[in-house]
Design a protein around this ligand. Structure first.
Ligand SMILES: O=C(O)C[C@H]1C=CC(=O)O1
Ligand SMILES: [Mn+2]
Length: 387
């Protein structure tokens, strides 16, 4: 029996895309007017290709990786180590990169997604199938109200309900005083009533004292969940808040991979995990974070790093396989952008986002849009000679 040749990783190209947002997106730590996506294009020796994406939020204001740093980490440290390796051995690749590269979870994610995409395409199956198969065809999807103005947010919310696009709203707070933020949330809940679920994301902006007042006010206002009210490192404070109020407390910035997930679960420092593929370090690592939440009996929510349709399609492949996402998802990233970079946009209707069909992550890029939004010529790492 002839040995079928092993397909290799031949080339890894990265590029940065700058895509405007539909409006200013006001978070406690920064206001976004552009989303910057790092695209990874992997070419394999059999002619197959894989695409991946890494995004963060507001430059370096949300987390420890910047788009430019993500590109550099891939170009300089991750790609050269993978060129020439067995294309189908995703675990081998991620375990090698975890040895060679500390942290840089978003950079690792962007490459790992492209490897899963290529593997799915070569096998003719979806990435969901590679994770055991999809049990959902669509998932509830929240919208983030973050215009910075209560009246604008109310108008936006009512329009989203009217058009049956969203009936779960996450309000960005933490920039104003606790009193002003609670009043803002109360006005919006008053406006939408029982037609929608209202949650907030403080993005770590509150002290423990702020949070004690804030959680009391928020639950009195009818808010159902508060996301990362205090800084990620404050496990004790998150545990006090989680145990002290009826309102659900969700961890986000505190969750950077399975080790953090175990530590937060052991400390009872959250009721719910916002699982983000990029923050976890890839689809496999995110699946490990999900497993820890399920084992600990915690709630689950599909979190976004405001990926374009590419990273959103990848995340949907994994979350389609999760039995219970009690708090839904927020995979609305493409809807925040002024333009679509996929050849076929992801479908949002009836308050849900639909899992893309097709092989790999179920997404193909629109080459004209990529050419239009790319910041500069990509840099291709070709196969190095010999071992
Ligand atoms: O959760 C975050 O903090 C990041 C992201 C999710 C939605 C949004 O508007 O920002
Ligand atoms: Mn968050």
């Amino acid at each position: 029996m002839w040995n079928t040749p092993v397909t290799k990783i031949d080339q890894i190209e990265t590029m940065i895309l700058d895509i405007p947002t539909i409006r200013g997106h006001v978070l406690s730590m920064a206001t976004m007017r552009t989303q910057i996506a790092v695209l990874v294009l992997v070419k394999f020796s059999d002619g197959s290709e894989g695409i991946g994406e890494g995004t963060t939020i507001g430059g370096l204001s949300y987390g420890p990786e910047s788009p430019e740093g993500i590109k550099l980490a891939i170009d300089t440290y991750i790609a050269p180590a993978l060129i020439g390796r067995d294309a189908d051995n995703v675990n081998g690749a991620t375990q090698l990169i975890d040895k060679l590269v500390k942290g840089n979870r978003i950079a690792k994610t962007a490459v790992e997604i492209a490897l899963w995409d290529g593997l799915g395409k070569r096998l003719g199956v979806s990435v969901a199938q590679l994770f055991g198969g999809a049990v959902h065809e669509r998932l509830p999807v929240a919208w983030t109200l973050a215009s910075g103005n209560s009246e604008t947010d109310i108008a936006e919310a009512l329009q989203m309900i009217e058009t049956r696009r969203h009936n779960i709203f996450k309000l960005k707070i933490g920039k104003r005083s606790v009193r002003e933020d609670v009043a803002h949330v109360a006005r919006i809940k008053q406006a939408v009533g029982e037609a929608a679920s209202v949650r907030v994301d403080v993005n770590t902006a509150w002290s423990l004292q702020d949070a004690r007042w804030g959680l009391k006010g928020l639950q009195d206002a009818g808010c159902e969940l508060v996301e990362q009210p205090v800084p990620a490192r404050y496990r004790r404070a998150m545990a006090e808040l989680t145990g002290g109020y009826e309102i659900a407390v969700m961890a986000d910035e505190a969750l950077n991979g399975p080790e953090d997930a175990l530590s937060v679960a052991k400390a009872n420092a959250a009721d719910v995990f916002a699982v983000k593929v990029a923050q976890s370090g890839g689809l496999k690592r995110a699946s490990e974070v999900i497993a820890i939440a399920e084992a600990a009996g915690l709630g689950l929510y599909g979190g976004t790093m405001l990926e374009t349709g590419l990273g959103t399609a990848a995340a949907l492949q994994l979350f389609a396989t999760v039995e219970t996402l009690g708090w839904g998802t927020e995979f609305f990233g493409p809807l925040l952008l002024t333009d679509e970079i996929l050849a076929e946009p992801i479908i949002y209707r009836d308050f849900c986002v639909e899992i893309p069909k097709g092989v790999g992550i179920g997404a193909a890029l629109d080459p004209d849009k990529i050419a239009f939004f790319r910041r500069d010529a990509g840099r291709t790492i070709t196969a190095v000679a010999g071992e």
